[in-house]
Design a binder for this molecule. Structure first.
Ligand code: SME
Length: 162
């Protein structure tokens, strides 16, 4: 088994435990960003963008994050990898950000990126965005893991809105 899979398996338990250790979705997102950023060598910027309630046109606003400050604190849905993921409701993985014309640069060091939508009652409410200094960092195992993380946040938000 590749070392990266062992690490993902170990980290999955810690991420799952955060759900019960936190008392709100906000707190979960803060703790999750910190854990993923601290423990994964290739997760060099980890953050959440959430749809601003009622904004017209729809707008993603930067929420909890770990890593260098980004110039992109608000992103319209027709811009960036972030806008593409939120507007399609699909995970977007970019192995080489410099070859993707949609990419909005956050750091010159970023080589690859994954953005996973977060759903509440079947609707996109935000997304989990991770940037890596390594090219093609987000293999299928990572994609599945980051989707799991985003689902946990969606479930916690859903529980709060029930
Ligand atoms: N790269 C993103 C913008 C957000 S920063 O990576 C934090 C994009 O292209 O949408």
């Amino acid at each position: 088994m590749p070392a990266s899979m062992i690490r993902i398996d170990e980290l999955r338990h810690e991420v799952d435990a955060l759900v019960d250790q936190t008392s709100s979705a906000q707190e979960l997102m803060r703790a999750m960003a910190k854990l993923l950023h601290n423990r994964m060598l290739k997760y060099n910027w980890v953050g959440f963008y959430m749809l601003e309630p009622g904004a017209q046109p729809p707008m993603l606003a930067l929420g909890a994050f770990e890593g260098a400050m980004t110039p992109h604190t608000r992103i319209p849905l027709n811009e960036g990898i972030c806008g593409a993921a939120a507007s399609s409701g699909e995970t977007v993985v970019v192995d080489d950000v410099n070859k993707d014309p949609r990419y909005l640069a956050c750091s010159l060091e970023t080589k690859s990126e994954i953005v996973v939508p977060i759903f509440v009652h079947g609707k996109v409410v935000g997304e989990l965005d991770i940037d890596s200094h390594f090219p093609a960092a987000f293999t299928a195992e990572h994609q599945e893991f980051v989707q799991h993380c985003a689902n946990l946040v969606g479930k916690k938000l859903e529980a709060a809105s029930a």
